[in-house]
Design a protein around this ligand. Structure first.
Ligand SMILES: [Zn+2]
Length: 266
């Protein structure tokens, strides 16, 4: 059975880009008779905005994007990430790193300074995955003690039995890192589907960080219009109506798409 998920960061209200990811993953799982889980990626506590997790859940309800089981909060799962880090350490798949951001440079690939031990007189700050040909030595635990997105996501997807990840193409570069972690931890790799990004009028990606437009409001008319826009972005045209009805109409179209893409892959 397909188990999909939507994993927003509660750093602000839902915006159109994240709604498209939610609708895309919901349709993909539901059109296959599968489950759809919601997980709040609230580990990056300095960026979490109080109240926005509830706000996102209310929005999902308004859009009739029903989920299965309890909503999972990463902030309540730290022991799981500790255990995974411990396992990676015992397999020598991680190393301590003493480098500051200035040492590494903002965009540069990590030069491997601490791969074989921390330079004399320096103190460990972050923990990095020991990369290989496919991936760099990316951070799995940050200098501020917060578990990095990559590690938490991989642990949670495995723990929740997620078989399919549908998300925005902005996360494409994370996928090889997550697969490398899955291999190192002996986890299965889910299917990854990356959706095109919703771009703003300036051609840039819509995202909370760059001041993206949050969804205007949750009143009926706006919700219907916005859901139609999200579906159209996914190439699905349905008559406007109550959100549950619009999604119901979209399901067979999504199922047909899935069959086409499966047969074109075969
Ligand atoms: Zn280092």
């Amino acid at each position: 059975m397909t188990i999909g998920r939507f994993a927003p960061s509660p750093t602000g209200p839902l915006h159109l880009g994240s709604l498209v990811a939610a609708v895309g993953s919901w349709l993909s799982a539901r059109s296959d008779g599968g489950q759809w889980l919601v997980r709040m990626e609230d580990l990056d506590t300095p960026r979490v905005v109080p109240g926005s997790a509830d706000e996102i859940l209310r929005a999902l309800e308004r859009y009739a994007l029903t989920w299965d089981g309890e909503v999972v909060y990463q902030s309540q799962r730290i022991p799981l990430y500790e255990a995974a880090l411990h396992e990676l350490r015992s397999k020598n798949r991680v190393f301590d790193c003493a480098c500051s951001r200035a040492d590494v440079g903002e965009e540069a690939i990590y030069p491997g300074t601490c791969r074989n031990g921390i330079p004399f007189g320096r103190v460990p700050r972050a923990v990095r995955f020991r990369g290989n040909d496919e991936v760099d030595d990316f951070v799995v635990k940050r200098a501020d003690g917060i578990f990095a997105y990559q590690l938490a996501v991989v642990v949670d997807d495995a723990a929740q039995g997620v078989t399919q990840v549908v998300r925005g193409a902005d996360l494409l570069s994370s996928t090889p890192r997550q697969i490398a972690l899955q291999h190192a931890l002996g986890y299965p790799t889910p299917e990854y589907i990356h959706l095109p990004l919703v771009l703003g009028p300036d051609g840039k990606k819509l995202g909370k960080r760059d001041g993206a437009l949050p969804l205007p409001s949750l009143d009926d008319a706006h919700v219907r219009e916005t859901l139609r826009a999200a579906l159209q972005f996914l190439g699905i045209d349905v008559a406007i109506g109550p959100p549950a009805e619009m999604l119901r109409q979209a399901l067979p179209i999504a199922a047909e798409r899935r069959h086409q893409s499966v047969s074109s892959r075969a």
